[in-house]
Design a protein around this ligand. Sequence first.
Ligand SMILES: C[S@@+](CC[C@H](N)C(=O)[O-])C[C@H]1O[C@@H](n2cnc3c(N)ncnc32)[C@H](O)[C@@H]1O
Length: 193
Amino acid sequence: MSRKEPSDRQYWDARYAAQEPEHHAQPTPFVASCLPQLPRRGYALDVAAGTGRNSAALAAHGLWVEAVDVSAPGLHRALQLARRRQVTIQPIVLDLTRNWLPLRRYDVVVNSFFLMRELIPAIKQALKPGGWVVFETFTLAQYEISPQRVRSREHLLKPGELSQLFGDFLTISYWEGVEGDRATARLLARKPD
Ligand SMILES: C[S@@+](CC[C@H](N)C(=O)[O-])C[C@H]1O[C@@H](n2cnc3c(N)ncnc32)[C@H](O)[C@@H]1O
C-alpha cells in the first residue's frame, strides 16, 4: 500500500504544533530592511503568513494587516505573537489555491518563503496602483545546499525568475544569491500608477 503524502495544511499544522512559541518571532531580515520604505498607513496582505513574524512587524509599523494562511494553528500563533507585541492583525484561514484575493485593496503585499506562481496575477490585482510588493523565497540553488529540507523543487525559484515574474512592476531592489546555508531571491517593487 502506498503511503499518502500529507496535504500542505496537514504538514504545516503538524510543524506549527511542534514549534516553540518564540520560534520565528522576528520579521525576516529582508522584510525588516524594507519597512522604512513602506507606508505607515493603509492595508497590508501577508500571503501565507504562517506564525505571523512579518504580520506583527507590519502592524507595528502602522499598517492594517490581513494575515492569510491555510493553517489555523499557524494563525493562532500569529494572533498570540501580535498580542505579545500589543498590535492587532486580522487572521484569515484560506487555501490560496482557491485564488481568492480582493481587487485593489492593499497598499503592501508581503510574500515570504512561499511560492505559488498561479497566485501572482491575483497578487498584482490585489495591490492598489502604486502599491508595494515585498517578495522573498528560496531559489533552486537551495536544493544543492540542503536537498533534505526541500519538499518540492516546484516551490523553488529558477534563476532570474522572480525578477521576470514582476517585470511589469517598478523594481526598487532585487537580490539573488546564497548567504550561509540559504539560497534566496528578494524583490522590493511597486505596481505602476
Ligand atoms: C515556509 S512557511 C512561510 C510562513 C511565513 N510567510 C514566514 O515567512 O514566516 C509557508 C506557509 O505557507 C502556508 N501555505 C501552504 N500552502 C498554502 C495554501 N494553499 N494556502 C495558504 N497558505 C498556504 C503554510 O501553512 C505555511 O504557513
